[in-house]
Write a protein that binds this ligand. Sequence first.
Ligand code: 6CM
Length: 275
Amino acid sequence: AVHTRDQVELPPPTIDNRLTVHPLWTEIDRISTEQMQAAFEGVGGEIGWQLFAEEGDMRMYRRKAYGAIGVQDSYSLDNISPGYAKNLKSQEMEVDGMVMDPLKAMHKVRGVSAREMCHYFFNPRYRYEWETTLETMTIVEEVSSDAMVFHQTFKRIWPASQRDALFWSHVRAAPGNTYAVINHSTTNQEYPPNSGACIRLFVTVCLACRSSYPAGEEPTRENITTSIAYCSTVNPGGWAPAGVLRAVYKREYPKFLKRFTGYVAEQCRDKPLAI
Ligand code: 6CM
């Protein structure tokens, strides 16, 4: 009985009708489908992705440019000679001089389901408990049980200006014990960009999760494993020092994924498994 509130708010197994009649629906459906497909495409050993962090079952990759010239880690390329810098620049994902490295992380977590993972990522009630870069979060619109619009401000990182973001967030099920949350920047007249102290950043994030358990067995906390693919592309929206940004990402993404998955495992420990 204690957990009833949580159970009813779990991500729905089918798309909420209220979402399909909302003006954002076409965009949400298209981007979510694309993002989920891309999330489950492999990265290990494949061209184009470079491993930059590894710990236990967690692996993090950033998009690697083609035609590498023997540089292992462009997060530490700030002190290289100008001649090299010119060559190296073309290898990094920059748009108008701004770092836009797409990131992809893979992880495995035992004892929680894909649906539970996505519940804690999507539901704003828990966000301050695991999201360490967050300063404020406002619910701009509750579209449906599976879609919301958020405004968030992030902690300022010296020497850059503070950032904010306005994005829709959608949670959905897919065949094969799969759930995903997709976040993507949007606009709203009541939240105009670059109007206060913050520079608006643009984000596309997908947390895709797939559970598995031994064939012929019922899923339990003891036998379930959930594979996670987390993809993120952040456009900082205005100038920020590339070296600082890459250093922040390198530090913050592993911290986020470890903290978030640990948090969900801890929250679920004494609750009945929700598949
Ligand atoms: O995906 C994550 N969190 C979600 C819920 O908050 C949501 C957030 C997306 C925004 C990600 C942007 C983070 C950038 C924060 C630093 C901004 C400083 C810019 C200037 C620095 C020079 O999808 C987890 C996000 C984990 C981020 C490390």
